[in-house]
Write a protein that binds this ligand. Structure first.
Ligand code: GCO
Ligand code: MG
Length: 408
């Protein structure tokens, strides 16, 4: 069996999805997602210029060797661009394998460990009252877990994860008005003074059963993160996400010495080498990698297995920048993983997205029901894809009030 060709598509409804389609001499094809949010054309160029010309003629069933060929063969290893490009190839090869076996991917991993996978949504409000409306909306939809992000009184701009318009949840991450980023202003003192009480208010208002998650988005120093974690302990958070910048793995030691609040980290990690220490030293409770940014199913499965040995559960990244293809790959891992925790989930649901990526995966009552279709269980409509093209956009950047650059 041989790979005969591969194509990369960039575009989608309100997103620059990077979709890879790998064709074979037996008519079976596979799909992968290389969407690196805000830098989408770069994995696409890597695929087109280096990886696809090497793929042609390879046996698609040898997904492990192909992964090693590209990873080891590059010499200059890792990094989000390369790992997203490898990820798309890897997802597509697993998709082909599942289709050849006529089985959903979770069967190839070891079968189902649960009926449905718990997901969380993003609630957001420019103030606490708007945030409560947003949380109520998700509870009424059947969600059992919600990430809560709130505007901070006196902060000049909205703060991380807070939509500018009420009710707008999906599109606040990328601003498509141009390639130059908007500037947000951050004030740690105001955040630290306001947010713990706001979280406690949410707990009191919604009661003990709601799983409440909160994302700090890398904005605190290790000491501030430890103090913050200690002060939110009475809230009983399901997790505190990215309390410190992710590069410094030792930063979490101070937080661990002062608090037992569950910590989730890893959406910016590309490999097991970015998180093995965090996992082995029990510095985190949830690993947040995604199949797109961390090298695909083959590599993420290794991370999940390492995490399982140390009682670290999964909480895969699922921001709306991921296409339904990588969300499907994660859904199969979630159905199987003995150490599954929760899945961030926002991507599906618009008619345009469903038309571009038809699938039988379903969300019901805050639980993700994986499709029993062969392979990934998601398709890609190339004629629909012709409606879309790359649009320049950017994340905001963050500065302190005096102009100092800060972490987005
Ligand atoms: C999350 C993340 C995202 C990131 C985004 C950057 O927890 O979902 O923090 O919202 O900001 O993925 O591209
Ligand atoms: Mg996050």
């Amino acid at each position: 069996m041989k790979i005969t060709g591969a194509k990369v598509f960039v575009g989608g409804p309100g997103k620059n999805y990077v979709t890879l389609k790998i064709m074979t001499d037996q008519g079976v094809y596979g799909l992968g997602d290389a969407t690196l949010n805000n830098r989408e054309t770069l994995p696409a160029a890597y695929l087109n210029d280096y990886l696809i010309p090497n793929l042609i003629g390879m046996d698609p069933r040898n997904s492990e060797d192909i992964w090693q060929f590209f990873y080891r063969g590059a010499y200059f290893r890792r990094g989000p661009i390369a790992m997203a490009a490898f990820a798309a190839i890897d997802m597509a090869l697993w998709d082909i394998k599942g289709k050849l076996a006529n089985m959903p991917l979770y069967q190839l991993f070891g079968g189902k460990s649960r009926d449905g996978a718990l997901v969380y949504a993003h609630a957001t409000g420019s103030d606490l009252s708007d945030l409560k409306d947003s949380i109520r909306y998700y509870i009424d939809q059947g969600y059992k877990a919600v990430r809560v992000q709130c505007g901070i009184p006196g902060m000049p701009t909205a703060g991380y994860g807070v939509a500018e318009t009420k009710g707008d949840v999906a599109n606040y991450i990328t601003d498509f008005s141009g390639i130059k980023p908007k500037v947000e202003i951050w004030d740690t003192d105001r955040y630290m003074r306001y947010m713990p009480d706001a979280l406690m208010d949410i707990r009191d208002h919604f009661g003990p059963d709601l799983k409440i998650l909160h994302d700090v988005h890398h904005r605190l120093t290790p000491r501030e993160a430890a103090a913050f974690a200690k002060s939110v302990e009475p809230v009983g958070l399901y997790w505190l996400e990215d309390p410190t910048p992710a590069e410094d793995q030792d930063a979490l030691k101070m937080l661990r010495q002062h608090s037992t609040v569950p910590v989730a980290i890893g959406e910016v990690f590309n490999s097991v080498w970015d998180c093995n220490k965090l996992i082995e030293q029990n510095l985190i409770d949830f690993i947040r990698v995604s199949v797109t940014y961390a090298g695909g199913i083959t590599h993420v499965k290794r991370i999940v297995d390492l995490a399982g040995l140390h009682n670290v559960r999964t909480g895969f990244h699922g921001a709306p920048s991921h296409s339904p293809i990588s969300m499907a790959a994660q859904a199969h891992l979630n159905a199987w993983a003995p150490n599954f925790g929760i899945q961030e989930y926002l991507v599906l649901g618009t008619p345009e997205c469903d038309a571009l990526f038809p699938s039988d995966h379903k969300l019901q009552n805050g639980m993700f029901q994986v499709s029993d279709g062969a392979g990934l269980g998601v398709d890609f409509d190339e004629s629909e894809a012709e409606r879309y093209h790359f649009k320049a956009g950017s994340h905001p950047i963050v500065r302190l009030e005096d102009g100092t650059m800060w972490d987005y």
